[in-house]
Design a protein around this ligand. Sequence first.
Ligand code: ADP
Ligand code: MG
Length: 531
Amino acid sequence: RPEGGREEPRWAGHGVVRCSRQLSPRWRELLLDVYLQCPWGAPNTTSISCSLADVMSEQLAKELQLEEENAAFPEVVAVAEGPFITGENIDTSSDLMLAQMLQMEFDREYDAQLRREEKKINGDSKVSISFENYRKVHPYDSDSSEDEVDWQDTRHDPYRADKPTTTPRKGFIGKGKDITTKHDEVVCGRKNTARMENFAPEFQVGDGIGMDLKLSNQVFNALKQHAYSEERRSARLHEKKEHSTAEKAVDPKTRLLLYKMVNAGMLETITGCISTGKESVVFHAYGGKSATEDKVIPPECAIKVFKTTLNEFKNRDKYIKDDYRFKDRFSKLNPRKIIRMWAEKEMHNLTRMQNAGIPCPQVVILKKHVLVMSFIGQDQVPAPKLKDVTLSSEDMKKAYYQILNMMQQLYKECNLVHADLSEYNMLWHDGKVWLIDVSQSVEPTHPHGLEFLFRDCRNVSQFFQKGGVAEALNERELFNAVSGLNITADNEVDFQAEIEALEKMNEDHVQNHGKKLSMFSNDGDPPIYDE
Ligand code: ADP
Ligand code: MG
């Protein structure tokens, strides 16, 4: 790769030949050929700063690759140690994998070149042309880390945006001459700008709210139409790529990821699919050998692949969309990164649960949107969901008390609310209940955390009451037992109203003091709501 002046690229003394793979003699020969036949004349060997032996040195190549990978995935490397991440011991015997990696590299370079051309042609012109359609990589497939945001810190973020104000039902605000109706041009224009947030995530709307943009109805409608047709087009393109494979949910990139895991020996074989949901696909695999001695890979693993299509992502955002403090940050992330965030969340939540001793899958490794964990079940047969097993009344009672205990632990020790707890996400294995599916779990101080907890309690309570456990608390008693709060309302409506009032109080406090009401002495402490 020549570096230096634009007109006259020079290799000698400047060029670096990087080789990050163990090359076969044939490849070395070829590469050397190319090197010697460089179009800008034979290299001045005397000025080459390192010997050919150095150039071909595997050591140097590894260092370079490591450097590059550290720059690309600083966090993931910290999370997941192993041969497969650092690039050591990568088995390069698979031509298919090498070819796919080369192709990806080529596509990225091709796109970068397109972008450069685009920039050159457009210059400062007000009218610009776009080469978007010619790009090889879907915009959101690209792994550029330019706008990488350390999402884990989001909850410590200072309060950012204001809640958007709405026009009251009556359709106007103000009095007398100062009356402002909902048809007011400015109000309407701002509202239209805000409504652009609802467009598909890949439709970049810019910071219209920040610069107080006012869109007329006509412009807004035209943009809306355009956004819809773009969304359909993008979905079509994406679908074509995805549905061309046998395993519908696994796109080429994911397949490559899985392939690498097997290739690195971390997984023995991937046997098949256990479940295909709207948001994830779960596979069974036999565990392989661990690179490090302190980490043991379970004999059987479950691989949860979070789906990366936009549609699924849109269904998931109910857990964050009302959390207006996150909105700013989320709008900056592209969908692929948000999906990775769910996978990361699941990993962190499982780790917290593991530390508290709650029966749950043990995290093996996280790589992008693919989470490998221990398999709950045996011989490729997953443990049945609680809804699918028939338990004796003795076991049913045992399961109930165990869940009550787990919910309390989850809240008090892990500082979490499951937020999707039901007989669908509890497995019965080894005579006890195991909790799974915690990517959506939130901390109790989430603006809707207590409502989620109440819903969990209702699911659990109803399941066991129907299942004939006479001791099962009703949802309100269960809620108090888990949270340690003492809400006294004796009917559901009032109870929920009190929950919402508590949440609001907490949020108001955040607005006024920039801090949650709860006092966290450490990360694991539950919140304490008081006046
Ligand atoms: P989703 O968000 O799609 O509901 P889940 O995490 O609930 O994803 O997984 C879907 C299904 O896959 C579960 O109902 C369960 O049957 C199976 N499953 C998930 N994780 C494991 C695991 N670690 N061991 C065994 N089965 C699992
Ligand atoms: Mg589930």
